[in-house]
Design a binder for this molecule. Sequence first.
Ligand code: HEC
Ligand code: HEC
Length: 247
Amino acid sequence: MKRKLYALAFAFAAALLVAVAGCGGTKTVTRTVTAPATTTSGRQVSEQVAAGAHDFVQFACVKCHGERGRGGVSPAVPGLTAAGKGFSVAQLRSIIDKGLGESKNPSQPYMPVWGPVISKRQVSDLVAYLRAGLPAVTGASAPPVQTAQGAAVQGAGLYVAYGCINCHGPNGLGGVPNPQAPDKTIPPLSGEDFFSEFDTDKKIEDVIRSGSVIGRPPIASMPHWGGILSDQQLKALVAYIKTLKSS
Ligand code: HEC
Ligand code: HEC
C-alpha cells in the first residue's frame, strides 16, 4: 500500500514536470523528483544502503556469499548476516579492501583484494548495507544469464553476473589499474599477448578455476572461482572469451 502511494506521488510529480515543460515557456525548471529507495517488502532504506545493495550485486559478492549474504554457495565461503554486527566498520573496510584467507591454495576460494577496483565511497556503501542486515532492495539483482542460446551467450552473461567485467573491462579490453602489480594493470582477456599465452581452452579454464596470486594486498589478484562456478559455467566463460578480439 505504502509503495503504491510512493509510486503515485512519483507519477504525479513527473506529470507536473511534463506539464511545465509542455507550456513552451522559457523558464528552465530544475527540480529533481526522487522516489525513496525501498526493500521488496516496501520498507524504506537510505540511499547509501540501496547503493550498497547494488554494489553487492555488481561486484558479485552475491555469487560467493549467496543472495543477501545468506551463504549456501560453497562451504569455503561464510554467510555475511552476522558480519555487520560482528566486525567494526574499520574491520569491514579492511576485509573488503585487502581481502581475507588463504589465497595461495588453488583449490580454496578466498576473499579477493578489492582496494584497486572498488572506490572508497562504494566500500562505505557496502559496509552500510552489511550493517543494515543486507535487506532485499528493489531492483538489486543480477540480470538473468541465458543458458539456452549457446555457450558463448551464457559466458557473456556470466562475465557480467560474476563481475569479471569490473576487473577485466567490457569486452575483455582490460585497462583497470592495479598500481602495485608488476605490469601496473589488470590484464586484458583479448589481444595477441593474451591469446598466445592462453592458447588452449584448458589453460584459460584452469586460470579461472584456480586464480592466481601475483602479490599481497594492496595488489588485486585473480580470484579462485573453483567451487563457485561449475565446470559447465567455466567452459561457457572460455567460449565467450574466445569470441573476443584476438589481434
Ligand atoms: C570469489 C568469492 C568471493 C567474492 C566474489 C567475495 N567474497 Fe567475501 N569472502 C570470500 C571468502 C572465501 C571469505 C572467507 C575468507 C576466510 O575467512 O578465509 C570471505 C569473507 C568475507 C567477509 C568476512 C566474513 C567473515 O565472517 O569472516 C566479508 C565481510 C566479505 N567477505 C565481504 C565481501 C564483499 C562485500 C564482497 C563484494 C565486494 C565479497 N565479499 C566478495 C569469498 C568471496
Ligand atoms: C578482483 C579482480 C578480478 C576479478 C573479479 C576477476 N579477475 Fe581475472 N584476473 C585478475 C588479475 C589481477 C589477473 C592477473 C593475474 C596474474 O597476472 O597472475 C587475472 C587473470 C585472469 C586470466 C588470465 C589472464 C592473464 O593474462 O593472466 C583470465 C583468463 C581471467 N583472469 C578471467 C577472469 C574471469 C572469467 C573472471 C570472472 C569469473 C575474472 N577473471 C574475474 C583480476 C580479476
